[in-house]
Write a protein that binds this ligand. Structure first.
Ligand code: PEP
Length: 252
């Protein structure tokens, strides 16, 4: 079902003490501000996931992993399986982040396998995609986004979209301080919804949540989230500060 969602991707930041502290601060602020109608998710690094999940268990804040392998177990040194995540109570995973694509060579085919594994394990997926600056400069952004979505997701049955959240993250806006304008975000989100509708019909397209990510902060979240096809944000830098993150959570 379409929901407002704000998810904080902590990336490779925060040791155990800092992770617990930030998670507790976020949970406290969410409670104090009586946040309603917006799902709040935080994604700490793997080693701190279990402790953060425990620290936020009694709160409305949910925990997600930043990545996972597609296999259940086996000789994949350094990797984490869906089963392992579920064993510590983590039921949501971010897949396809541009940093995974760029620095770790994750491509659409691999991401399709990861999405399948998550769904087989009854996990929810926040699926990220977005164009690089060159694509936008040459007007190819829609083509790029469409193929990323098609290649990784369009083998799925319509039902799978109950467990998928789409996150449009123009790579040129991630961690750069440069944000897509609210109009650019809306145009792309409407295009994404139309792409989903063309394949699965209006009902599926209207029910899928589409998040924006890319230098979203307290000063611009409200305007971006006010656009009709923007259902929230995937937040990097600003999620590392509890007050800033809360300001984004309450920006709807
Ligand atoms: C991200 O990495 O998903 C992201 C949106 O980062 P930032 O908010 O720092 O641009």
């Amino acid at each position: 079902m379409r929901k407002n969602i704000v998810a904080g991707n902590w990336k490779m930041n925060n040791d155990l003490a800092a992770s617990k502290k930030l998670a507790n601060q976020v949970a406290k602020l969410v409670k104090k501000n009586k946040v309603k109608g917006t799902k709040v998710i935080i994604a700490p690094t793997f080693v701190n996931l279990e402790r953060v999940a425990k620290a936020t268990k009694k709160s409305k804040v949910k925990v997600a992993a930043q990545n996972m392998h597609f296999a259940e177990s086996g000789a994949f040194t350094g990797e984490i399986s869906p089963k392992m995540l579920k064993s510590i109570g983590v039921k949501t995973v971010i897949l396809g982040h541009s940093e995974r694509r760029e620095y770790f060579g994750e491509d659409d085919a691999l991401l399709a396998k990861k999405v399948d594994a998550a769904l087989e394990n009854k996990m929810d997926v926040i699926f990220c995609f977005g164009e690089v600056l060159e694509d936008r400069k040459s007007g190819k952004q829609e083509h790029v986004v469409e193929s990323q979505i098609k290649n990784a997701l369009f083998h799925l049955e319509a039902k799978a979209f109950d467990s998928i959240v789409l996150a449009y993250e123009p790579v040129w806006a991630i961690g750069t301080g440069e944000t897509a304008s609210p109009e650019q975000a809306q145009d792309m989100h409407a295009f994404i919804r139309k792409t989903v509708a063309n394949k699965y019909g209006d009902e599926v397209a209207n029910e899928v949540s589409i998040l924006y990510g890319g230098s979203c902060k307290p000063g611009n979240a409200q305007e971006i989230f006010s656009k009709p096809d923007v259902d929230g944000g995937l937040i990097g830098g600003a999620a590392l500060n509890a007050e800033d993150f809360l300001a984004i959570v309450t920006a709807f």
